[in-house]
Design a binder for this molecule. Structure first.
Ligand code: ZN
Ligand code: MN
Length: 495
């Protein structure tokens, strides 16, 4: 008996990412953008949708959007314009959202994601556009839904990728890279806890069965606000859709079209939501209150000049300069301030390779323990450079450097002073080391005999005795001096 061929399923994901821009005021009015203000205190006739109130474009938001689109490799349209996307919802007082349909800020870019094996995955960007956010419906009152319009009209950047993502991890990696990019650019805080970044994956599967390939319906999962939820929701949909198609061959894109689903964080499952509006139901049309914007000569060049080195370029350069992998470079260039701190410490005289080891092995962990980034530890570049120099010069061992780093994070004292105070400076003084060398030989006669006998085991025995001296000195002995003293004390070898 032969088993039927196992179905092969492939995951297809495109991502829509909404990022709240860090502008002082909203997209089309002068109301302040601030998290946690009393409900409805940051509103005016424009963002409340009063009849006759006229929107005025916030040019700073448009510049932030163009910077991001350029950083994502997009083509910037010379003329960008505004459309009304009509729908009704209690937190949308105008009954339409001002968005960009026909002429977005940017089109056709790409993002490169570093992979663990050192290769790079490219995800195409379809478009980058600006739109206004809606308010918030608050469902925590016992018998009413309350509406807070402080967020209504704040500037949102929407980034839409092509369906190039092939695994839940790639979806997470892409979202994290977008967050790095907008933070490097300084256009957004992208604080997930504050809802600054919302993720909506479009997920379906290609299932191959009996030599034919079918596509499951495209499911848009709404409003995910953590990378963990994104990865879990995509993984869940992959399983669910594959199983749904295998149970019912009519569960296909042709028959069912698109659907919207929500994510239940407690159940770790998606659930059916309202039917997704068809594009024509939004009745998009150009907003008669807003003129299209045409970029002025030189304006885009100026934005390009203001753009810093981006995460991927910095990782590549660091990996090449330091001879480290992309994964390690990612830790140094995770955020712009940490990358800048690294470069400042190198400029202050640190050996780049030792400093890189400290960033990767010491500082990353200490920052994580403190719930911040390496730059967030607020240690100055001079101190980081000094610690690296102490180790490079052989004044302290790698083990001692770790203990000093921990003390620096706690006390902010200077590394040289800490090395003295904690008794961690290296022992290279022969008179001080000689008693320890004698003690190591006396306590390990077998290793001493093996060294003196010469032959294959001699080098290993010497290494063993050297290790004993290191231990007796609390890790402070200079290994080279210890080895020289051991050779002298053990005397000539046979053979
Ligand atoms: Zn307003
Ligand atoms: Mn949108």
């Amino acid at each position: 008996m032969t088993l039927p061929p196992a179905p092969k399923a492939r995951l297809i994901v495109g991502l829509e990412i909404h990022v709240q821009l860090r502008t002082a005021t909203k997209l089309f009015c002068g109301c302040a953008v601030r998290f946690g203000a009393p409900p409805n205190s940051l509103t005016c006739p424009v963002c409340l949708g009063h009849p006759g109130a006229l929107p005025v474009l916030n040019r700073e938001a448009l510049r932030c959007a163009a910077k991001t689109a350029m950083a994502l490799g997009c083509r910037i349209l010379p003329r960008t314009s505004w459309d009304r996307k009509s729908y009704w919802y209690p937190d949308l007082p105008k009954n339409y959202q001002i968005s960009q349909n026909e002429f977005p800020v940017g089109l056709e870019g790409a993002v490169e994601l570093p992979r663990a094996d050192g290769s790079v995955k490219t995800v195409r960007i379809r478009r980058v556009h600006l739109e206004e956010d809606a308010g918030k419906s608050l469902h925590d009152a016992p018998d009413a839904t309350l509406v807070d319009l402080n967020r209504a009209g704040t500037a949102l950047l929407e980034i839409v990728t092509a369906p190039d993502i092939a695994s839940p991890e790639e979806a997470g990696d892409l979202a994290r890279e977008i967050r790095r990019i907008v933070r490097y650019l300084g256009v957004a805080d992208a604080d997930m806890q504050k809802g600054h970044m919302r993720l909506e994956p479009n997920v379906n599967c290609a299932v191959e069965l009996d030599g034919a390939e079918a596509r499951t319906p495209i499911v848009e999962i709404k409003n995910l606000n953590s990378f963990r939820a994104l990865e879990a929701a995509v993984a869940f949909e992959f399983e669910r859709q594959t199983a749904a198609y295998l149970a019912d061959p009519a569960y296909t894109l042709e028959r069912r079209g698109k659907e919207s689903r929500g994510w239940d964080e407690a159940a770790l499952a998606t659930f059916v939501q309202r039917r997704k509006e068809e594009a024509h139901e939004y009745r998009c049309f150009p907003d008669p209150d807003l003129a299209p914007y045409e970029w002025i000569a030189g304006e885009l060049d100026e934005l390009a000049r203001e753009t810093p080195e981006l995460p991927q370029a910095r990782r590549r350069r660091l990996a090449r300069e330091l001879g480290i992998g992309q994964g390690d470079a990612l830790l140094i260039a995770e955020d712009r301030a940490t990358g800048d701190l690294f470069e400042a410490a190198v400029a202050a005289g640190a050996c780049p390779q030792t400093l890189a080891k400290h960033f990767i092995n010491l500082w990353t962990r200490l920052a994580k323990d403190a719930g911040t980034t390496i730059a967030g530890l607020k240690l100055d570049a001079g101190a980081l450079a000094e610690l690296a120099r102490l180790q490079t010069d052989g004044a302290v061992s790698a083990t001692a450097a770790r203990l000093i780093a921990e003390a620096m994070a706690r006390t902010r004292a200077a590394p040289r002073a800490l090395a003295q105070r904690l008794g961690l400076t290296r022992l290279s003084d022969r008179t001080a080391l000689l008693p320890l060398v004698k003690e190591a030989i006396a306590a390990n006669p077998k290793a001493a005999a093996q060294y003196r006998a010469g032959g294959g085991k001699a080098a290993k025995s010497l290494g063993f005795l050297q290790g004993r001296v290191m231990r007796l000195s609390g890790g402070r002995a200079d290994p080279a001096v210890a080895a020289a003293l051991l050779r002298e004390e053990l005397g000539p070898q046979l053979g």
